[in-house]
Design a protein. Structure first.
Length: 383
């Protein structure tokens, strides 16, 4: 039957939109389902911090009475104002290996932008650079926590509609056999000793008793340190609260730190355990009460721990302090905490923008290598 595109307008429509990933990835061995509450915080416009300022619509692709794909088309006024651009975006793009359905969805998003006089459409982005960004184009395996996953055929479907590369984003990876004496850890320790001799620098852990204050400080540095990164816009107050809430579930203060120079905060690092290792076992479902998933999560997390992987998603240093080695000192802090545990098998470092070779060089310098690439695409809308 021919494909029809309909805007999400009713509660029933939204339910289809919300639950579609569980259908399209039903037989994909690598997809890891999120907790429904996690997805709701991103997708539901009433819950999402980003949708306080985004403007856009959700669409469903139907074949008869079956949903075969989803997409969102939207404008980010804060991005356009802050980055001095006039672009719209597409996101929440999920579809069967069905070229007709994919083409109809992407053309709907393109037309949506053209009708509003916007000359360029970019994506996928669900829905800001602080959330899921880009299309996975290599390294198809189990995703790390808060990372994008899609099957390989998505790339061909997007490129066949005239989308070309806007930017690439990389993830780095390193196997850590904790407990093994290695030149890597010795080298990091020597660098740390040499840098700290200067006396001006101090690395301190997050203050557990002042988490809200500490996250506010993190937000200030994050907004400043990432200013030059492509597509970055400062976090709003609501987005900061949302980030604190989402990270709070898995946040371990021992895995985060601040770098101080002459008593002033100059940089930060946040590392999180790869919670996807547990979600992969539990496999939450949208029509099953979440309490059952949470009980299983508690078992695999606290009673019979399964976490052996970690992700370093956020590391930033204020521009005036970037030549002092603060990034290396914070990585050394992480190594010093993880190594004695004897349970860490690997660390993921990402995202790293293609336009940030300094961070790529740092991660390569401590033995990490690129293992996944995510791509942001764009094309003209014809407006």
């Amino acid at each position: 039957m021919p494909v029809q595109i309909r805007k999400v307008e009713s509660r029933a429509d939204f339910k289809h939109f919300f639950e579609f990933p569980w259908r399209v990835y039903k037989d994909d061995p690598f997809w890891i389902p999120p907790l429904p509450s996690m997805r709701r915080d991103v997708i539901d416009k009433k819950h999402s911090a980003a949708w306080e300022y985004l403007q856009g619509d959700y669409f469903l692709a139907w074949r008869g009475d079956e949903v075969v794909g989803t997409i969102a088309a939207f404008i980010n006024p804060r991005h356009n104002e802050f980055r001095k651009e006039n672009v719209c975006f597409f996101g929440a793009f999920e579809v069967y290996n069905d070229p007709e359905a994919a083409s109809a969805l992407l053309q709907t998003a393109i037309n949506w932008g053209r009708e509003r006089g916007i000359p360029v459409i970019r994506g996928p982005l669900t829905f800001t650079v602080h959330e899921e960004i880009g299309l996975l184009i290599d390294g198809f395996d189990f995703p790390r926590i808060l990372m994008t996953y899609n099957p390989p055929y998505y790339r061909g479907l997007v490129e066949s509609e005239g989308f070309t590369k806007h930017d690439d984003i990389f993830s780095f990876y390193m196997d850590w056999k904790m407990g093994d004496e290695s030149h890597l850890f010795d080298r990091i320790a020597k660098l740390e000793e040499r840098l700290l001799r200067r006396g001006r620098i101090k690395i301190r852990p997050i203050d557990r008793g002042e988490i809200k204050r500490e996250f506010r400080m993190f937000s200030e540095i994050y907004n400043e340190a990432w200013l030059a990164n492509s597509g970055h816009t400062p976090l709003t107050e609501r987005e900061l609260e949302s980030m604190v809430k989402s990270l709070g579930v898995i946040f371990d203060p021992k895995l985060a730190c601040f770098a101080e120079v002459d008593g002033e905060i100059a940089g930060f690092m946040i590392t999180v355990p790869d919670f996807n290792q547990i979600l992969r076992i539990v496999r939450p479902q949208p029509n099953v009460p979440e309490i059952f998933s949470l009980l299983q999560i508690a078992w695999h997390w606290k009673v019979r721990p399964k976490l052996t992987l970690y992700r370093l998603p956020l590391l930033g240093v204020r521009e005036q302090h970037r030549k002092l080695g603060l990034d290396m000192l914070m990585v050394a802090y992480l190594v010093r905490y993880l190594r004695p545990l004897g349970t860490c098998e690997a660390v993921d470092g990402g995202w790293v923008l293609e336009s940030n070779p300094a961070m790529a060089k740092l991660l390569e310098g401590i033995g990490m290598s690129t293992y996944r690439t995510y791509r942001l695409y764009e094309r003209s809308t014809g407006a």
